[in-house]
Design a protein around this ligand. Structure first.
Ligand SMILES: Nc1ncnc2c1ncn2[C@@H]1O[C@H](COP(=O)(O)OP(=O)(O)OP(=O)(O)O)[C@@H](O)[C@H]1O
Ligand SMILES: [Mg+2]
Length: 472
């Protein structure tokens, strides 16, 4: 509506200016014409009267000539006709209104517009008359121009009325057409633009009127269509990237499983030996019934431990859809420790876990965080020499939980440190490392809105800090 209002105001102003200018020209012309008419009449009357008076003056004498003038004056309503002497001061009765304007002998009749004492204009004409005796007089014609003012006023009123009617008509038309052809279609376009801004690209616009607004609507439709196609393409690409990332993470997980499996297999040897020995005793029938029950319970206990360890490994290896749930972070770290414990044991490295947070509940994808932590802890175990120690601490900050993994290993050289999160960056021998553990862990933590920082000194060990925001 604002545009329509501005348009109406602009058109109305234009009309006012044109009509006003036209009225001003007409008024000027009218005044000029009216005065020219009056002046012409005065000249004609003056000339006729001058020769008539001159004739009577010569034939019948001065008195009759003056009587004729007075007689004529009495008959006229608007026009005042007087006899005046050319030179003032001689006779007050025949003194001219403006002595300076009286023409000299031999000059032509002369008219002027002069204001009266109220400021109203009047036309004053002097027609010279030569009278016997060498004296010199004139016929004075005096006429108020008030009718001219009246005519001008009526023109002004008519112009103002026309202007008013035209303005009303114009406002009605511009508002009507403006709403129909501009405001409404623009409103629709604005809503459509807002929809596009909010991501809703459906519902193309349809305008029938053949104008620029329809062109704009077509352009917006084309833009929406292209955006939709681009969005679909981006979605497909994102899906493909997610699938690739999932595959990469799964491959990384399987490699870790292979590594953990050797430690686990090593650790399963002891309970399996216990089970075998107890089973053999029962099979040989060397034990009493009460002892058999006791041995059976020992066997069940060890088999449960074996199953639990294998289940944990299989759980970790299983490919799962990423899904964040409310999780106790300390449980996730505990499970991680349990899974890497056999590897630590195999490498004769002590693995310690300390929780310094009362409750570490937050919304995360537990399986993924689990994978990220295993990658970092396995690296720490690799770096730590036999008899060394890896410490895992869960801490709480104001807005995040922090898991620190500190090892007493060889550390990372300053020139290597900026590269350790790059894919395929490894310092391990061929076949021992692919350089994917840290990039995968970093990707997972970033997806949770967190970060991993590494601090290391050659020979003094390394600390990795995994920061997961509470409002992830
Ligand atoms: N705790 C650590 N101490 C010393 N160096 C480390 C430590 N953690 C990582 N690194 C260095 O960072 C490199 C990259 O680690 P990353 O886990 O990405 O790959 P990798 O361990 O070499 O191979 P992968 O994990 O794929 O089997 C390692 O090769 C190692 O040089
Ligand atoms: Mg690694």
């Amino acid at each position: 509506m604002r545009l329509v209002r501005q348009l109406s105001i602009a058109i109305c102003l234009g009309i006012c200016v044109v009509l006003g200018f036209n009225a001003w020209l007409r008024l000027g012309q009218q005044r000029q014409d009216y005065r020219a008419d009056v002046q012409r009449d005065h000249a004609t009357i003056g000339r006729a009267l001058a020769s008539g008076v001159e004739f009577v003056w010569v034939r019948e004498g001065k008195d009759l000539a003056l009587q004729v003038v007075e007689q004529l004056n009495r008959r006229e309503n608007q026009l005042t006709i007087r006899w005046v002497w050319g030179r003032a001061g001689e006779d007050l009765t025949y003194r001219p209104l403006r002595p300076a304007l009286v023409p000299r002998a031999g000059q032509k009749a002369h008219s002027s517009v002069i204001p009266d004492k109220d400021g109203m204009p009047y036309m004053l004409t002097y027609a010279p008359v030569d009278v016997p005796g060498g004296r010199h007089g004139a016929i004075e014609l005096y006429e108020s121009l008030a009718p001219e003012q009246k005519a001008l006023r009526s023109i002004l009123v008519r112009t103002i009325l026309t202007m008013g009617v035209l303005l009303l008509l114009c406002i009605a038309l511009t508002v009507g057409f403006g709403v129909l052809f501009v405001a409404r279609p623009l409103g629709t376009l604005t809503r459509k633009a807002e929809q596009i801004g909010a991501g809703d690209l459906d519902g193309p616009l349809a305008f029938t009127a053949d104008n620029e607004i329809r062109d704009l609507a077509y352009a917006m439709n084309t833009m929406s269509r292209r955006l939709l196609e681009a969005r679909e393409r981006a979605e497909q690409e994102t899906q493909a990237r997610i699938r690739a990332l999932e595959q990469l993470r799964h491959a990384d997980r399987l490699r870790t499983v292979g590594e953990l499996a050797s430690g686990i297999a090593h650790q399963l040897g002891t309970p399996l030996n216990v089970v075998r020995a107890r089973g053999s005793m029962i099979a040989a029938g060397e034990v009493t019934e009460a002892r058999t029950r006791e041995l059976g319970q020992v066997i069940v206990g060890h088999v449960d431990r074996i199953s639990e360890t294998i289940r944990q490994l299989l759980d970790f290896a299983r490919r799962e859809q990423p899904r964040p749930t409310s999780t106790d972070l300390s449980k996730v770290v505990e499970q991680t420790i349990a899974l890497v414990e056999p590897l630590a044991h195999q490498r004769r490295v002590k693995l310690a876990f300390t929780v310094r947070s009362s409750s570490a509940r937050l919304r995360i994808d537990a399986a993924q965080v689990h994978q990220a932590l295993i990658n970092i802890i396995v690296n720490a175990l690799h770096a730590t020499p036999e008899g060394g120690k890896v410490e895992v601490v869960l801490d709480e900050e104001r807005e995040a939980f922090v898991i620190s993994i500190r090892d007493g290993g060889e550390g990372i050289a300053a020139e290597h440190l900026p590269h350790i999160f790059e894919p395929f960056y490894t310092t391990k021998r061929a076949g021992e490392g692919t350089g994917l553990g840290l990039p995968v862990a970093d990707g997972i933590v970033r997806e949770h809105g967190g970060s991993i920082e590494a601090e290391s000194q050659l020979g003094a060990g390394t600390v990795f800090r995994v920061r997961l925001p509470k409002a992830a």
